[in-house]
Design a binder for this molecule. Structure first.
Ligand code: OOG
Ligand code: MG
Length: 256
């Protein structure tokens, strides 16, 4: 079957850290089919022993839309095997062509589903934290159409969560400095995320419901990157300072 075939191809690309071709010809999919591929792809991951721990929004900022040439909100699933411990070292050989981007992470205490207001969304939040997402398209040259990237689970690959804060912490306009080896590579503000990151949470509840999925208590939601993503290089200390929220860091191992 087409959905399974594509899911398997994308899963193998991820497992082998080897880029694959875009979804064209017989493999071209609609947006609906793309979410079905994403679901099948996650099933394959879960069969290997992980569990779904939340979801992430994509293209919630103009910087990201402009960088990738797409202009619609998308979402993907986060699994436990994508978790990167804060301060740890990752091997770039586990990825195809990884990039890093600053995010805000929400931890939920109540279920959220469908159309909710920002106030309702905030009332469902247990805690909020600065975060970094490691994205890695499985497609050649990191190029894709909207259905392509949805099928590839929105390039989800890894995430690092920094210090947790009280749910009423104001994260609507937090200054961000992301640096490699102490040199700034991206500056921005969380206001770039749909005007305020809570709107990413609102959008996640709405878009997930369209695929019969809810944001469950205990799950994490990444609201979307605040700046463009930056390509990772071996032997780099990656650090992102979030004004008033603390920092999130990890390193990439030197080339072996
Ligand atoms: C897709 C993932 C988008 C974000 O925060 O906007 C995303 C990609 O850029 O490859 O995670
Ligand atoms: Mg992201």
């Amino acid at each position: 079957m087409k959905i399974q075939r594509i899911a398997k191809r994308l899963d193998e690309a991820a497992m082998q850290s080897q880029a694959t071709f875009q979804l064209t010809g017989d493999d071209a999919v609609t947006l609906e089919e793309a979410y079905a591929v994403q679901r099948a792809l996650i099933e394959l991951r879960l069969e290997r022993g992980g569990r779904q721990v939340g979801l992430k929004m994509g293209f919630t900022s103009r910087a990201k839309m402009a960088q990738m040439g797409v202009s619609d909100l998308i979402w993907g699933r986060l699994t436990s095997d994508m978790w990167i411990e804060e301060g740890s070292a990752i091997s770039l050989s586990d990825y195809v062509h990884p990039r890093v981007e600053p995010e805000i992470c929400f931890l939920l205490k109540h279920r959220l589903s469908g159309n909710v207001t920002p106030l309702e969304a905030m009332a469902a939040v247990e805690a909020v934290a600065p975060a970094l997402e490691v994205i890695d398209s499985r497609y050649r040259d990191f190029k894709f159409s909207l259905p392509d990237v949805v099928a590839d689970n929105a390039s989800s690959s890894g995430f690092v969560v920094g210090p947790w804060h009280a749910p009423d912490t104001d994260v609507s306009n937090v200054g961000i400095v992301m640096s490699f080896d102490g040199r700034p590579v991206e500056l921005g503000s969380t206001a770039a995320i749909l005007g305020a990151p809570v709107r990413g949470l609102v959008a996640a509840a709405r878009l997930a419901a369209a695929q019969n999925e809810a944001l469950e208590p205990g799950s994490l939601v990444l609201a979307g990157a605040a700046t463009a993503a930056v390509a990772l290089k071996p032997g780099t200390a990656v650090r992102c300072e979030f004004q008033g929220l603390g920092s999130v860091a990890f390193t990439t191992r030197p080339e072996e």
